[in-house]
Write a protein that binds this ligand. Structure first.
Ligand code: WT7
Length: 654
């Protein structure tokens, strides 16, 4: 994939699109300049998108100076996020649909109006209060993609509890670590999660998770999704339906400071266990709302669909908080793109007349591989804007998306951002930006990207540049800290390049000033748009009794973007067998979840190490890519012959 080859081809929005868009090219230039020249004034104006119970007088108070990093926006303002997403819309759009729920089963859907949303969220907030949950408490959500997931998020926000969603594909072990990590006082789950025609036993997973450590008495609220027969622990587990039936629908929203935490979301880093990314109320909501409106060019009455799962930040910002803060109609999809067949996305687009559609490159590649006949049966004429997120999109997939799905008339917004950023930072605006396949183009308002020379940390001022991507100043949606570990926050993002926020991504800027993400520069890999720390997979592998050492790297994968490649050394005396490979694969799935399934395990009786004992991953990456010619300098290795053995092994046994 050469992004350079297509760098010259640009796709400008049609005149008709531009004339109806919120932001055209001139407006973008004008607003962008205002946002960086006078951020205080710019954000003081933008904050009026939200309804504040106390209007902020202090707008921005942020510093990236190491080690005193501190980020505060609208710090004396007060608001409630659920009131902003629900109550303030009731007068004008109480009967408008807020959420269209499309279940795994193509014959089942449901429409929830803002009035109904208000009722459900208020009731659930009262249920949670009745279970003793208070402002500042943490609540873990381990749920399918059902309306109750959105109700739970908003009910937490209503009473000031901090939610921490754990993706329902994570294993009981991973769930336990997160319940423990945030000290949750309640877990909300469902009996089972239907996906692709199969049911995941969520409640059973919760039971297994709570068998760890001291978690045994954590209360559990169980949504009846399938009605499957699941064991309930007396006194600890509660039926959602039963408690909701008796709950009052009257619950005044708690007054929250703008800087009060809204949620924690665990994400993988280059070292150690996942960290709890903490986002706060005012700045985050403003960022989610503003980007949702401008990046998708959302207009009143549009039907908007982001196919992510609420277990990831994309689902937080672009299924729930952003669209609902804007009074939009948001589609929530429980299923998978290939069930009952590879036409499901397009069937749903036709059925609900979707106007903005937002998905991941991995899904686009997978569907492209299944052939156009799955698209051609459907009427996609309501589509106006297409979006992608999660990883670089290869021009081939971009072109297919543009031609076959968008019929050449829908601008594509390739949105670059991270769990840490809360929302989009680099992205086209569909009525303002001529796009280039594979480029996330230009910064959103208030975002000041810089490219640094990786070793010296010097800012490269020439327009054409390649290096590491950092941000020069804060934006309202930025994470505030790592939950319970501010030092780790500072060490992870602000220590390598002093004075900047370090994204962990490599990046190139072309002659037009467009940004091209080249991938992670740390030991984080991106599997189907899911972020995975190689250290996490390694620690899962070495937790197996027969494994003495493991080194994990990413390798290019046609559909997933990157696959997981594991080099494994066994304990002395253990036998290297194919059966053990299968066992180890299952072991990792069980320790982390199916998303961490190794794609390839290679036996490595020896690993390439420096004399000081550091594993040389650069070499392992090359071998995994079958790129044996360019291994670079191996002279510093303690035993260079292990490299030849690994290559031999790779070539003969695959
Ligand atoms: C990492 C963040 C943002 C929500 C989903 C992933 C990669 C994300 C793009 C894009 C190229 C991208 C980066 C980033 N990434 N979007 N449009 N083009 N790369 O969030 O799990 O926090 O992962 O995903 O490497 O650092 P995340």
């Amino acid at each position: 994939m050469s992004s350079q080859a297509t760098a010259d081809k640009t796709y400008a929005p049609s005149e008709e699109f531009v004339s109806n868009a919120h932001i055209d090219a001139a407006k973008y230039q004008e607003m962008y300049a205002a946002s960086v020249n006078d951020p205080e004034a710019f954000w003081a104006e933008q904050m009026t998108r939200l309804s504040w119970t106390k209007t902020p007088t202090k707008i921005k108070n942020t510093t990236f100076a190491h080690p005193d990093v501190s980020i505060k926006w609208f710090e004396d303002g007060e608001l409630n996020v659920s009131a902003n997403c629900i109550d303030r819309h009731l007068e004008t759009r109480g009967d408008q649909v807020a959420i269209i729920w499309e279940s795994d089963d193509p014959n089942l859907d449901k429409k929830i109006t803002y009035n109904e949303l208000h009722q459900q969220v208020s009731k659930l907030a009262n249920v949670m209060k009745g279970m003793g949950v208070k402002k500042g408490d943490r609540v873990v959500l381990y749920l399918p993609m059902i309306p109750e997931a959105a109700y739970s998020m908003l009910a937490c926000a209503r009473i000031g509890a901090i939610h921490s969603i754990v993706f329902a594909g994570f294993s009981p072990e991973a769930l336990a670590a997160r319940v423990e990590g945030c000290g949750a006082s309640l877990v909300i789950t469902a009996d089972e999660a239907p996906r692709g025609g199969r049911n995941t036993p969520l409640k059973t997973n919760v039971d297994a998770a709570l068998a760890h450590g001291d978690l045994g008495s954590t209360p559990v609220l169980v949504v009846e999704r399938t009605g499957g027969d699941v064991p309930m622990v007396d006194g600890r587990d509660h039926s959602y339906a039963a408690l909701m039936a008796d709950a009052s629908a009257d619950c005044a929203p708690e007054v929250m400071n703008s800087e009060d935490p809204l949620f924690i979301l665990y994400t993988s880093g280059s070292t150690g266990q996942p960290k709890g990314v903490e986002h706060c109320s005012g700045g985050y909501l403003l960022w989610a709302a503003m980007t949702q409106e401008y990046v998708f060019d959302y207009h009143e009455g549009d039907i908007y669909w982001c196919t992510a799962d609420v277990g990831w930040v994309t689902g937080h910002s672009y299924i729930v908080y952003g669209p609902l803060a804007n009074g939009a109609t948001t589609v929530m999809f429980e299923g998978v793109p290939t069930y009952p067949d590879a036409g499901r996305f397009w069937a749903v687009c036709e059925k609900h007349k979707v106007n903005q559609f937002y998905t991941a490159p991995t899904a686009i590649r997978a569907l492209m591989a299944r052939g156009n006949e799955f698209v051609e049966n459907y009427d996609l004429s309501d589509l106006k804007v297409l979006g992608t997120v999660g990883e670089p999109i290869n021009p081939e997939a971009w072109n297919w998306y543009n031609d076959v799905i968008g019929k050449g008339k829908c601008p594509i917004v390739d949105t670059w951002w991270q769990t840490e950023t809360g929302g989009h930072l680099l992205t086209p605006l569909p009525g303002a930006t001529a796009t280039k396949p594979g480029s996330a183009t230009t910064p959103f308002f208030g975002v000041q990207p810089v490219i640094l020379e990786p070793t010296t940390g010097e800012e490269i001022h020439e327009t054409e540049a390649e290096g590491v991507l950092c941000m020069k100043d804060s934006w309202p949606g930025q994470m505030r800290t790592v939950y319970g570990d501010h030092e780790r926050f500072v060490a992870t993002y602000f220590a390598d390049y002093k004075g900047y926020y370090f994204t962990g991504d490599g990046c190139r800027r072309d002659a037009d000033g467009y940004y091209w993400i080249t991938g992670r520069v740390d030991d984080v890999i991106n599997v189907s748009g899911h972020r995975m720390g190689t250290a996490e997979v390694e620690s899962a592998l070495v937790a197996h009794a027969k494994v003495s050492e493991a080194a994990v790297v990413g390798f290019p994968h046609d559909i997933k973007g990157q696959g997981i490649y594991c080099y494994v050394t066994l304990m002395d005396g253990e036998e290297y067998t194919d059966e053990l490979k299968v066992e180890l694969r299952n072991w990792v799935r069980q320790e982390i979840g199916p998303i961490a399934s190794p794609d390839h395990i290679q036996w490595a009786p020896g690993l390439p190490k420096t004399r000081s004992g550091k594993i040389m991953r650069r070499i392992l990456r090359k071998i995994a890519e079958d790129d044996f010619g360019a291994l670079g300098d191996t002279s510093t290795l303690a035993d260079p012959s292990v490299v030849d053995d690994l290559i031999d092994n790779r070539m003969t046994k695959g």
